[in-house]
Design a protein around this ligand. Structure first.
Ligand SMILES: NC(=O)c1ccc[n+]([C@@H]2O[C@H](COP(=O)([O-])OP(=O)(O)OC[C@H]3O[C@@H](n4cnc5c(N)ncnc54)[C@H](OP(=O)(O)O)[C@@H]3O)[C@@H](O)[C@H]2O)c1
Length: 314
């Protein structure tokens, strides 16, 4: 049957700027080429990096051309396969990622290797929010090489990346101290994490929360001085500190910077999805927005107080 071009509502922006440059428009999608898959998107997570790209702050690392699409995370249903795609068929439920910043749309085309099967128990919202936050948490936790008995402190412990990382760190055998505001105390405790609120004398309160006063590793998912606090304040060895946001401090203090790019593949997505399906990983979904409400979704995200993930449902 000849492929009928798909019209898809998609997020677009034509210039760098604040949230108001975001628009939702009808765009025409090409047929999936050899090795590609067309997916009907059921959910697409949003991430702070996308706001930084939209503002033009990351033009040197992730250059944009206009009109620009937006979004990496998604989950959905296979609508069409290109030639030489054997592992997926029309109707399959999948989790995936776009490297073209195109996932915030009704349909997206990606290479088949960017997809993995969605386990039935994983909700669309969680599946669609798993890629950037999940792979970043996965890479960061591995970078600091946690072992049984280690104590790790995590800044931004209840955000998209942090909420996943604290659970992976606990599974690696570490005692986890989660730095967040008081509204997250209960969620952190329920996930085996000792909450430590940001604020005055954080170093002293972190030491007090660690049973022997010793902190072995530090994961920074917030920026704004946590790398210096880890190395100078807590005396954590630089090779056991990882930041995914403060690259200037990473350079200065010679700490690690493993993030999304270090685990950006479907095998890691499959591993994370299996943990969710088995009930060993919870990805909190703070709020779900219609695709048309993309501006509201970023308005909420850019407050920097989300617990877990915000998701668009086309
Ligand atoms: N390099 C990479 O590969 C990569 C990948 C993904 C993300 N990132 C970056 O990593 C950062 C985290 O991303 P995300 O998606 O997890 O963000 P997010 O979901 O927006 O993080 C929000 C969290 O930050 C916490 N927070 C607010 N003020 C804080 C403070 N002063 N100290 C500690 N925590 C505080 C909030 O806790 P309260 O509500 O309790 O205040 C909230 O739970 C972003 O800057 C993002 O751009 C980098």
């Amino acid at each position: 049957m000849p492929f009928v071009p798909v019209m898809s509502k998609a997020v677009r922006f034509d210039q760098f700027g604040d949230i108001d440059v975001l628009d939702v428009r009808d765009v025409e999608l090409p047929a999936p080429a050899a090795g590609e898959v067309l997916v009907e998107v059921k959910a697409a997570g949003i991430n702070p990096g996308e706001a930084a790209i939209r503002n033009g702050f990351l033009q040197d690392i992730f250059p944009s051309t206009f009109p620009s699409g937006q979004g990496s995370d998604f989950a959905g249903i296979v609508a069409e396969t290109g030639s030489r795609v054997n592992q997926f068929s029309v109707g399959d439920e999948v989790i995936g990622f776009s490297e073209e910043r195109a996932s915030q749309a009704e349909f997206v085309v990606v290479p088949a290797e960017n997809l993995t099967a969605k386990p039935a128990p994983v909700s669309w919202e969680v599946a669609g929010a798993l890629y950037v936050a999940g792979t970043s948490a996965y890479a960061a936790v591995r970078a600091v090489d946690l072992a049984n008995g280690d104590v790790v402190a995590v800044a931004g412990a209840a955000g998209g990346v942090g909420s996943i990382a604290v659970q992976l760190a606990a599974q690696a055998g570490a005692t986890v101290l989660g730095i967040a505001g008081p509204s997250n105390d209960e969620w952190l405790r329920a996930h085996g994490v000792t909450p430590v609120n940001y604020g005055d004398d954080l170093v002293g309160r972190l030491r007090a929360a660690a049973s022997e006063g010793r902190i072995d590793a530090f994961l920074d998912f917030f920026g704004g001085g946590y790398v210096e606090l880890a190395v100078d304040g807590l005396g954590v060895a630089p090779d056991r500190v990882n930041t995914i946001i403060d690259f200037a401090a990473a350079e200065q203090f010679k700490v690690r910077t493993s993030g999304n790019a270090d685990a950006a593949n479907a095998a890691v997505l499959a591993e994370l999805a299996a943990l969710v399906a088995d009930g060993r990983l919870e990805v909190p979904i703070a709020e779900v927005f219609a695709l048309d409400d993309v501006r509201d979704a970023y308005r909420t995200l850019e407050q920097r107080h989300t617990r877990g993930k915000l998701v668009l449902r086309p």
